[in-house]
Design a protein around this ligand. Structure first.
Ligand SMILES: [Zn+2]
Length: 411
């Protein structure tokens, strides 16, 4: 496994990078392992740097992504809340863009088809692009699966076989792209002249304001705000014209941006112009803002740790709930001993009986979890708190969640 140090900014190639956060060494967050693999596990620095030229935040290393995808256990559709979120997005886009049956739609990083499944069947071509094994789980009657990375070269091959898409969606993917310039060039190449691109990503400003440090893991190479995104895509004649905040995304609250080709008629919204300026006033270019985030992160880690230790000392049984990538950053940062946490509950069958990377909690199903008589569970996928508070058997049987974000609470 070879990880490279980041030498220059992923967007603008500047070497003016400034480190502001060091979370120590972590294993890859999505690499859930079996018992035999525990002693082979490796850890790598989890640090963030700021590019002082275009203000993109990014990891200090470029992990070997091939390794990550080979071990990919994340199937999006295991999350009902996320599926509903994409259903609404697809319905709105179909209506707004007046989709016709000859139109092509494309989802980049389609995973198991969680978003594409919601498009109407009559569409000519529903294209799913995904490099991981998750694509083996798409409904092939409906979706044309292309098992590959999206890049400029593959975009040329794509156009030999298929028409240009009217709508391209990219949700929770951008952070994982190593060569963003090549990616943007590929998008410019495939998009129809009257097409739109919709991208969802966790918002750096929220991460910093609210202290969501668990968004940081090796699979997330970049941490975006609107200004660097605008700068990146304009290099390839793609124009940002609108944005929205969304409460649910695969990693928590997200930003959704809309892009089109430079000469397409979409008007730039006032709201977008305002937010671009607001980011700069807020301190997007100011390294102190980021260093304060670092201090805040360690305070938050201590607070969460404190609540857990207090409950343990009061004699309660504790566990964790869900086995998510973000949860592993949380667990590896709060460093709770195995005397206190032994298990985490999860409904994704492919993860059950495996162990969480770094902390080695055994992943068990809900029924087993309830049998362990756990009183308090740290909810690692706190972005779905409402869903679990309403639907989980654990809660119905009297268990309580320790919810770390947006404000630490017990419910
Ligand atoms: Zn830069």
């Amino acid at each position: 496994m070879r990880n490279k140090a980041l030498k220059s900014c992923r967007i603008c190639n500047s070497k003016n990078l400034s480190k502001y956060l060091d979370l120590g060494k972590h294993p890859f967050s999505n690499s859930f392992i079996n018992k035999k693999q525990i002693r082979l596990e490796k850890k790598f620095p989890l640090e963030l740097v700021l590019c002082k030229t275009c203000y993109l935040s990014q990891l200090s290393i470029i992990p070997d992504t091939k390794f990550i995808f080979d071990k990919y256990d994340y199937l999006s559709s295991s999350s009902r809340a996320l599926s509903n979120h994409y259903k609404k997005l697809v319905e709105t886009l179909s209506k707004q863009e007046k989709l016709k049956k000859d139109d092509v739609v494309m989802d980049i990083g389609c995973n198991d088809g969680i978003l594409l499944n919601h498009y109407p069947d009559y569409l000519k071509n529903i294209i799913g692009i995904e490099p991981s094994n998750a694509i083996n789980f798409v409904n092939k009657k409906k979706i044309i699966p292309l098992k590959q990375f999206f890049n400029f070269n593959n975009s040329k091959n794509y156009l030999k076989k298929f028409d240009k898409p009217k709508i391209i969606t990219i949700t929770n993917v951008l952070a994982q792209i190593e060569d963003l310039n090549d990616f943007a060039k590929g998008l410019q190449n495939v998009l129809r002249d009257d097409g739109i691109i919709v991208i969802e990503f966790p918002y750096l400003k929220d991460m910093i304001d609210k202290g969501f440090f668990d968004l940081i893991y090796h699979e997330h190479l970049s941490y975006f705000s609107l200004n660097p995104i605008k700068y990146l895509f304009e290099k390839y004649d793609l124009r940002l014209f609108n944005y929205q905040k969304v409460e649910i995304g695969a990693s928590g609250p997200a930003l959704r941006v809309f892009l089109c080709k430079k000469n397409f008629k979409k008007k730039v919204t006032k709201k977008l112009k305002k937010q671009l300026k607001k980011e700069l006033d807020w301190g997007l270019s100011n390294i102190l803002k980021y260093k304060n985030f670092s201090k805040k992160t360690f305070r938050i880690i201590e607070n969460i740790r404190g609540v857990i230790i207090k409950k343990y000392k009061e004699g309660y049984n504790l566990g964790c709930y869900t086995a998510s990538a973000k949860g592993n950053t949380m667990l590896n940062c709060i460093k709770i001993s195995k005397k206190i946490f032994k298990y985490t509950s999860e409904n994704n069958k492919r993860k059950i009986n495996k162990y969480t990377p770094g902390t080695h909690l055994k992943i068990i199903n809900d029924v087993e979890f309830i049998n362990k008589r756990i009183d308090y569970a740290l909810l690692l996928s706190w972005n779905y708190a409402n869903f679990f508070l309403k639907n989980s058997e654990f809660k119905k049987k009297g268990g309580k969640f320790i919810i770390p974000f947006p404000k630490l609470k017990i419910k």
